[in-house]
Design a protein around this ligand. Sequence first.
Ligand code: NAP
Length: 306
Amino acid sequence: MSQVYDRVALIGLGLIASSMFWAIKRAGLAGEVTGYARSEATRDTARRIGLCDRVCDTAQEAVEGADLVVLCVPVGAMGAVAKDITSVLKPGATVTDVGSVKRHVIQAVGPEIPEGVHFIPAHPLAGTEHSGPESGFAELFDNRWCLLVPVDGSDPDAIARLRALWEGMGSNVDEMDADHHDLVLAVTSHAPHLIAYTMVGVADDLRRVTDTEVIKYSAAGFRDFTRIAASDPTMWRDVFLTNKDATLEILGRFTEELFALQRAIRTGDGEQLFDYFTRTRAIRRGIIDAGQDTDAPDFGRGKTTP
Ligand code: NAP
């Protein structure tokens, strides 16, 4: 794989940025990768583990001269971070991000991008419940989708270059508009996370069982919920605050379906339950056939899954 950018700057050095760094290095996609994180502790850790060719003490220093700047901070912090670096962006450079919500990022970051700099939002559909500079690994994006969400007037050459970077990091790349992205992700990621948080919260409320049976006899269904519900609180707070409409729309539908199933249980309508579960089983089959999860009975727990 050949070099796509001379200089890449990663702003925020958590799971996604650190995975990007290792994936960029694996394939030799950039000449130099600089990095910046707001806390000294994270910058120290990054220097200790060799994360980034150069770790800078300010975002501006990391961004100076970069051909690609990747904002890898929680969605709610994107606007402030963009404002901080706007004056040092190199003409012709591309600014992108990895945020889980796109409409909000476009509204917050877009106005900070100066004339002559490209802005191409993106979202890798890959992650784990771990966070921080030590949680990343080069294979995170392998065979996962990365959605590019070009804004009006995005330069085709700049899009093609960013696509080449993500493909070089192992991803399959698609393009999508921001509102559609936010709705799709509300279904596939945001609402499921909220449901997992709720289920684990319910178990925790039942203190009588939590302290003993829930943990000791934790079955696969609940264990999977706890893994998802261990995800970073800041990131997920920001996702729900910034993808409000789509999440509420999907939760409304979810609640209706839940009531329907609740009623089927109460009335003993086994046929409805059986038909429903047959339909959902086919969706699982489709995900496995598409190579987006393994068929292992432990849900691939031996490997890292997003
Ligand atoms: P992470 O591991 O928690 O790292 C977040 C980074 O952002 C840290 O370096 C942190 O700095 C910095 N940061 C936090 N709050 C900030 C603020 N207010 N201002 C400036 N910097 C701040 O997060 P991540 O999982 O890599 O997520 C980064 C982005 O990727 C988020 O927008 C998220 O929505 C998106 N994303 C996440 C996943 C996932 O599964 N985790 C998947 C796809 C996309 P310190 O370390 O100095 O505190």
